[in-house]
Design a protein around this ligand. Structure first.
Ligand code: NAD
Ligand code: TYD
Length: 339
């Protein structure tokens, strides 16, 4: 089996590459990544010399490059993680989100249609469902929940999902889609909540909490997401959407306080800052379908996962210090300087 993993130098794609190479010693994994600010070859360092692995730098929206790659490699499966993934950046500058997340997905689908593949899997997000009210804890996102997006990021991901479904219906491209809740774990870029809080707390810097910190996210340890995608690409039903999430709802403040407690740092570091425009209140996944059809359940609880994650950041300081001391410094200054 030959799999092209796009966006494999990023957070979840990188974890997926490691997971698949470890699990299947007869699969060839090709990581295709543009290496944007979020792509990091240090994440793939330990597999670069693995005979079953190959890294290719390129843009999923570059049609001739993608067609050449498909022609040369003749992949069986495509797992598309490549995306612009940060909501705050999509509010600052939406255009690249449209280019990569929508047009890039379109190019990959055209390549699948032209060259033929066994499976195209689109890694999507629960953010396509919009948000749920804080006072309705009985409500969850199912695969039937209508698409109702809030940010340019989620709108671009929803557009891509619709395109994927149209290539199944119209051209019979064998697709599946997964919509996962918020991930956390190793190799997570420190612009996102959990790694940002860990890095800032370790450096005794302020911890920016948007609004009142009452927004709820449904956290999933990244390896559980990888296990879910592995099950879907092998046994998921063509044309179907699968939600992935593990009933691990926490307010942002709960997450921040848990990290501070683990690190033995003071809650005085917390700083309430201006809220994100259009900030989604609550995400919560109903994973019944993937549980019943594919026997998937999360293996790592939040308590265990957050401990493992903190330990990883403590053991791998150079991985994230190189990021926060590089060009990311300018983004951080621009994003948080007025607070
Ligand atoms: P990330 O930002 O850490 O990584 C994205 C990767 O894609 C980077 O390596 C980047 O270089 C690469 N990339 C960006 N544009 C590209 C292009 N045009 N061509 C090729 N490569 C390109 O993102 P992530 O958090 O790992 O998310 C991966 C996928 O999972 C995304 O599609 C995202 O929407 C989805 N998702 C993320 C979460 C989450 O909590 N992080 C939850 C659900 C779904
Ligand atoms: P984030 O990690 O950006 O993921 P998403 O917006 O895709 O859910 O943010 C998670 C939550 O944390 C979200 O409610 C916004 C909040 N947040 C902060 O309070 N402060 C921050 O500095 C960041 C980056 C996020």
């Amino acid at each position: 089996m030959k799999i092209i993993v796009t966006g494999g130098a990023g957070f979840i794609g990188g974890n997926f590459v490691h997971y698949m190479l470890k699990k299947y010693n007869n699969y060839k994994i090709i990581c295709l990544d543009k290496l944007t600010y979020a792509g990091n070859l240090a994440t793939l360092e330990s597999v670069m010399s693995n005979d079953n692995f190959k890294f290719v730098q390129g843009d999923i929206a570059d049609r001739s490059f993608i067609y050449n790659l498909f022609q040369e490699e003749k992949p069986d499966i495509i797992v598309n993680f490549a995306a612009e993934s940060h909501v705050d950046r999509s509010i600052e500058d939406p255009e690249i989100f449209l280019k990569t997340n929508i047009l890039g997905t379109g190019v990959l689908l055209d390549a699948c249609k032209k060259y033929g593949i066994k499976r195209y899997h689109q890694v999507s997000t629960d953010e396509v469902y919009g948000d749920l009210p804080l006072d309705r804890t009985d409500l969850f996102f199912t695969e039937e929940t209508p698409i109702h997006t809030s940010s340019p990021y989620s709108a671009s991901k929803a557009s891509a999902d619709l395109l994927v479904q149209s290539y199944y219906r119209t051209f019979k491209v064998p697709v599946t889609i997964s919509r996962c809740s918020n991930n956390y774990g190793p190799y997570h870029f420190p612009e996102k909540l959990i790694p940002l809080i860990i890095a800032n707390a370790l450096n005794d810097k302020n911890l920016p909490v948007y609004g009142k910190g009452e927004n709820v996210r449904d956290w999933l340890y990244v390896q559980d997401h990888c296990i879910g995608i592995d099950k879907i690409i092998h046994n998921g039903k063509i044309g179907e959407v699968y939600n992935i999430g593990g009933h691990n709802e926490k307010t942002n403040l709960e997450v921040v306080k848990t990290i501070l407690k683990e690190l033995g740092k003071s809650e005085d570091l917390i700083k309430y800052v201006t809220d994100r425009p259009g900030h989604d209140m609550r995400y919560a996944i109903d994973p019944t379908k993937i549980k019943n059809e594919l026997n998937w359940e999360p293996e790592t609880s939040f308590n265990e996962g957050i401990k493992k994650t903190i330990k990883w950041y403590l053991d791998n300081t150079s991985w994230w210090e190189n990021i926060i001391n590089g060009e990311y410094k300018d983004y951080y200054k621009k994003m948080y300087e007025n607070n």
